[in-house]
Write a new protein. Structure first.
Length: 157
């Protein structure tokens, strides 16, 4: 470049980023204080809209970016909603308690998680001792020694 040096400069704080940080902070504070100045119906509508937005984003990430089309997630959310409404309407439970019980019921219906499987394997294998080598019957050194003992000079090393 004919002896000229290019000067690079990285800016981490610009006027636009500072303005956005201030606006975002004010928005978060306004959202946290919303129960003080907004009526209950508006809060319910906002909760519903933001919940649907979170679900739509999670499905968008799964199907759009990851290429994973999963009906299981939709079914899990739908069954959780049915469990909650069944608890509230049929059992006359508090909605928060119904959400908790619906989550527990679906967790049980979902089956064991990886942690459960690992703990079960540890419990079942308790008391078993490993042999001298890491993989005694499939170790390459052990197999080579067995072949050399059986076939001797016929095998090239």
């Amino acid at each position: 470049m004919d002896g000229q040096t290019t000067i690079w400069r990285v800016e981490t704080k610009t006027r636009a980023s500072t303005a956005f940080a201030i606006i975002a902070t004010l928005g978060i504070i306004a959202g946290l204080a919303a129960p003080i100045y907004l009526p209950r119906a508006t809060l319910q509508d906002m909760f519903f809209i933001l919940t649907m937005l979170a679900l739509a984003q999670s499905w968008n990430l799964l199907a759009g970016y990851a290429g994973l089309v999963s009906v299981g997630q939709q079914a899990f959310v739908g069954l959780g909603a049915y469990m909650m409404f069944a608890g509230v309407v049929l059992l006359k439970l508090d909605p928060l308690v119904a959400i908790l019980l619906g989550g527990i019921a679906l967790g049980l219906a979902d089956g064991p998680t990886e942690a459960h499987k690992v703990n079960l394997a540890k419990m079942l294998l308790k008391g078993y001792e490993a042999e001298d080598e890491a993989w005694p019957s499939e170790s390459l050194d052990v197999r080579r020694a067995a072949v050399a003992a059986k076939y001797g000079a016929l095998v090239e090393h």
